[in-house]
Ligand binder design. Sequence first.
Ligand code: FAD
Ligand code: N01
Length: 544
Amino acid sequence: MSADNGDATEVLDAVVVGAGFSGLYMLIRLRELGLRSTVIEKGDDVGGTWYWNRYPGARCDIDSVDYCYSFSPKLLEEWRWTERFATQPEILSYLEFVADTFDLRRDIRFSTTVTAADFDAESGTWLVRTSDGNLLRARYVVMAVGNLSEPKRPDIPGVDTFAGDSFHTAQWPKEGVDFTGRRVGVIGTGSTGIQAIPLIAEQAEHLFVFQRTPNYSMPARNAPLEPQYVEDVLASFDERREVSRRSDAGTPFPPASKGTFEVSDEEREAMFEEGWRRGGINALSYAFTDFFTDVRANEVAQEFARRKIRELVEDPQTAESLLPSHHIGTKRTCVDTNYFATYNRDNVTLVDLRREPIEAVTEGGIRTASRHIDLDCLVYAVGFDAMTGAMTAIDIAGRGDRTLREAWADGPATYLGLMVADFPNLFLVTGPGSPGVLSNMVVSIEQHVEWIAETIGYLEAEGLATIEASPAAQDQWVAHVNDLANATLYPQAASWYLGANIPGKARVFMPYVNGCGNYRSECEAVVRDGYRGFALTPAASARA
Ligand code: FAD
Ligand code: N01
């Protein structure tokens, strides 16, 4: 659809969609450039992921002292994390504190959804439509919409017939939910389910966990942070963050240096035990260089993890049902507190959907292939239409009225995960083709926001109208991302990284697996080479 010049209600320089970690920082950088900018946010306050995911047990699994911004000395001076892995309320308070510190809310429109964005080739601007009927015209649009922000709808017959209370973990009520005295069903055992299940079990009269695919979960070993430890981290924070920026995972820990079979069986076992004792997402993967590339190496770690599950779960049949079989890490590894031990409680029943698939949700509960389970409440911990869902939910049309949905019909194609050919001046933060979701996302987000801000600053300084990815550079990047992934075990699992959790979604492995540091270097080289792979259009010739 070609945009109508006449009815734009407001003219801005930039529109940012989303007010999570990405959108808040983007706004700060756009203000520094002196650009008139607004952020549009669906929720009624800041926070993104941490605004929506208020389910019991929600917390980060990257150390809090690293899962935070680095750009502001004031934030570093004034904020103190209290736990190794901060809870959702603490992270939300942090983002509220950021919004207060920089007085961000005055440029954010809350409770408003961006429904469409059309590129007007005539003027080289975007027309952005919002759910309140407004139309904004801006030269730049930054999609800070999140990779894990579009909740997956439960694809189970009868969902609407359930007479009890049902909740999606990613749309959890602000006032919380009291499960006391209730028969609760949780569907889903990904990172979310695994965090929520132990706490719901403590409250519910009876909890039924409906598990389709078992997952690996590492012990969190969460604990309060010693104030002196926090001060020590902060004393060398710049160096610590620089190491993270150049690392694979966006964290400051040293990379593995040996292959799995370069050490003796005893040494390997001791290293796994040490990882398990320290806990965290890399409890097993930290140890060896070939974890993600050598099936045999990964299998050794799998065996260790399965043995731990057998030790933790008293009932042998339940333990067997909980044993995962995919390569560890190829679906995002979960991190838990008391997850496996929760199955030792009398009021918890594991329903193994590989033995008795769900047939339907009914008015009174769930009917499986072998029985009906009466329930008062249902919790859908079924995940997200990850990495593309929030983008394709918006009617985005670029050059020649080509829609993003059409452009991505066979899987998302981007250049550097930052821009899409035919969509000039539309930027993605940690889009498909970037390492975002495989990293400490705040490190990746800061890098993207800074790259975008510097690029916009460059366009402004040089009097350029548009920047867009060339189709050839995009094709090459997509092929590169695929080649890298295909050299690892990642594509072998039916994961959300591959789009496999959404029926009908194109199966393309989306994240860049070669690490934050290498990716950052590629982005820097592209700029050094005069924005290699991008077309830059002078102001007078922005037209298609
Ligand atoms: P989000 O925080 O997802 O923010 C996007 C915002 O855009 C949302 O508020 C949404 O409402 C808004 N939006 C989307 N579409 C529209 C629209 N059309 N109109 C208006 N507004 C829109 N990552 C880590 O690195 N470490 C962790 O420990 C970690 N833990 C996580 C735990 C959970 C439960 C989840 C779900 C994710 C976790 N992540 C973690 C990933 C997390 O999403 C990122 O770390 C980070 O918070 C993403 O920030 P963001 O601003 O890019 O996106
Ligand atoms: O979602 P998921 P999530 N019938 O897609 C099941 C981040 N995160 O919200 O695997 C029955 O991983 C599905 O089963 P299966 C993190 O990046 C981080 O848990 O499709 N079951 C699976 O068990 C994470 O990876 C933290 O067979 C159905 C579950 O639902 C990402 O967010 C915490 C079903 C979905 O798991 C997403 O995690 C939380 C059906 N019809 C989230 N449909 C941290 O700890 C789906 N399932 C930092």
